[in-house]
Design a protein around this ligand. Sequence first.
Ligand SMILES: [Zn+2]
Length: 282
Amino acid sequence: MKRAKIGTHVSSSKTLDLVFDRGRDAEAETIQFFVRSPRSWAWKERTDKEKENFLNKKKTFSIFPVVVHASYLFNLASGDKNLWKKSVDGVIEELLLCEELGIEYYVIHAGKAKGQKTEVAISNILNGLNEIFSKVDLKNTYFLVETLAGQQGEIGKTTEEIKILLEPFEKKTKIGVCVDTCHIFAAGYPIHQEEGFLNYKKELQNLIGLDKVKVIHANDSKTPFNSHKDRHEHIGEGYIGLKAFEFFLNDDFFGSLPYILETPKVGNWDKINMERLKSLIH
Ligand SMILES: [Zn+2]
């Protein structure tokens, strides 16, 4: 079995190629970053030189796969036409750049209902995805819908919801899932117990197929099981505990995936968290 790649989210400030230097300095085997400043709608066109530097480093650094996280400002579920359209256009800008840079995975939070009925929120997301995939033909990049905690009516808090989002597109385009350990635990999947972990795996297998799962966001949880809150904690320091990560990392399927930390950036905790994950692999 191929061993899991262990990595972390890195800053993409200044120029995009620097993510590889930062990944190497952090001793990450795989990395994730934003292609837009996470708190701003502004889109920065990248120069040919910057893209070329990125592509060169992508070839020469041994960091793989490379993951981009969509801006947190997007809400494809929004009932506000203006925000929905800005989100669709924003995703298209980011995805086109990912395609050009040969980025393996683009991870997105599908959207928040924020008081709308779940069915309405889902239908808004599906309209958004239709629009996006009519404009971007994915050849290099997989579009991954992330499992969410269910905060503010987030869509993707159950495997059934993820299935509804993937189904219309899975025959036509590269679409799959990113599983966030903190989010599924907060959403009510008891992965801290072996039976709960195995049941979750079975559910993924039965509803969407394990081959659709491409990336793991490895985060412990600051809030208890089924809390529907999205608060990341260092590995082994939260309510999930080390056992769940041991189940994932040694599983015959999940054990071969890339693991990206999104834990608080304090001191040398990235290094400690990555070492903890590696130490759990038998
Ligand atoms: Zn995320």
